[in-house]
Design a protein around this ligand. Structure first.
Ligand SMILES: *C/C=C(C)/C=C/C=C(C)/C=C/C1=C(C)CCCC1(C)C
Length: 218
């Protein structure tokens, strides 16, 4: 329900910001919309079968995580000219991370090597936003408010996102009973999504409103 409410919020608030910030808010709303629909699916499956197939989370992730990554590109594009290579590197890192995780969870690949592959993709993303071109464009061209939003967003990608590989680790690599850990894992993933999808979107909304208002004043 919080994801549904956030979707309405982000879409309605589009009118409050200047044109170049609108796409960012649209994308935030799409992320929460896609996730909300998947949670409805998952709830139905849970009610009928008592289980929550991981495949639904992955379908959700394959759509929402690239969109979240694109937000970095979009907020930088609102304030500077950003080479399209930044966009593709963020997408490629995301895909490597998710494909690795899926191959492991669906047992197409040995759990540990799939995990390592996924971690490489995530490390590549972190490199790009902490040390790579995206981070340099932010440091050199962005106004103060964008810089601080960018910094909080990449902390979310570091710590908020770490919850998912930890879930994978405890679910598949410690030899624990997966069925037993599934309940707590679901709760943890749900809370993680509040941070990584809703709070992440709110940070973007905050900077979009601030930048739009400062334009009106000058
Ligand atoms: C809204 C959903 C989000 C932000 C999902 C993020 C998922 C990840 C960051 C998953 C990461 C994984 C690794 C880093 C290693 C391999 C296993 C994964 C796919 C769980």
């Amino acid at each position: 329900m919080a994801l549904v409410a956030s979707t309405a919020f982000f879409f309605l608030e589009r009118d409050r910001v200047v044109a170049k910030w609108r796409t960012s808010l649209t994308v935030s709303g799409l992320v929460t919309l896609v996730a909300a629909v998947h949670y409805f699916y998952m709830r139905d499956v849970w009610v009928t079968t008592g289980s929550t197939p991981t495949v639904f989370r992955y379908i959700d992730w394959f759509i929402t995580v690239p969109l979240l990554m694109i937000e970095f590109y979009l907020i930088l594009s609102a304030i500077a000219k950003v080479p399209v290579g930044v966009f593709w590197r963020l997408i490629i890192g995301t895909l490597i991370m998710l494909i690795g995780g899926y191959l492991g969870e669906a047992k197409y690949m040995q759990a540990m090597s799939a995990f390592v592959l996924g971690m490489v993709g995530w490390a590549y993303i972190l490199y790009e936003i902490f040390l790579g071109e995206a981070s340099k464009i932010n440091a050199q061209n962005a106004p103060h408010s964008v810089q601080s939003a960018f910094k909080v967003m990449r902390l979310i990608v570091t710590f908020g996102w770490a919850i998912y590989p930890l879930g994978y680790y405890f679910g598949y690599l410690t030899g624990q009973d997966v069925a037993n850990s599934a309940n707590s894992l679901n709760i943890i993933y749900n809370l993680a999504d509040v941070l990584n999808k809703i709070a992440f979107g709110l940070i973007i909304w905050g900077v979009a409103v601030k930048e739009s208002e400062s334009l009106h004043k000058t």
